[in-house]
Design a protein. Structure first.
Length: 121
């Protein structure tokens, strides 16, 4: 995820992903370098399935990236690392990003009322 030209919808998704303390801890753990999912789960004290849910959410917004490697014994091992990103937020950036939003506060597509659709809003 690059800093240039982030849309309001992308900003909402990134903020929603970062709003969870498990995901913040996951990113913090990966700052030191890539990690194998099982080891990362042990380090963070959470189950592998729960960690994978959080990693998928972080991957969906471009904050982490996965890499599969095959071990010497032929076992597929999935590693994650922090993707390069920079996020600068100013009131002006938020105002520009808010204008064309197509998602609501929960990240779901915004529902327009029948009256709004009839008026072309």
């Amino acid at each position: 995820m690059g800093q240039t030209e982030i849309t309001g919808d992308e900003l909402v998704r990134v903020f929603a992903a970062l709003a969870n303390p498990h995901r913040l801890r996951t990113i913090a753990a990966l700052v030191g370098g890539r990690a194998y999912v099982s080891q990362l789960a042990r380090d963070l004290g959470m189950s592998r399935p729960l960690l994978q849910v959080h990693l998928r959410r972080l991957e969906a917004v471009g904050l982490v990236s996965p890499h599969i490697e095959v071990s010497e014994d032929g076992k597929a091992m999935k590693f994650y690392e922090v993707a390069p990103f920079a996020l600068t937020v100013t009131p002006e950036i938020l105002a520009a990003a808010a204008a064309p939003l197509t998602t609501d506060a929960d990240g779901a597509p915004e529902r327009r009322s029948a009256e709004s659709r009839e008026n072309g809003d």
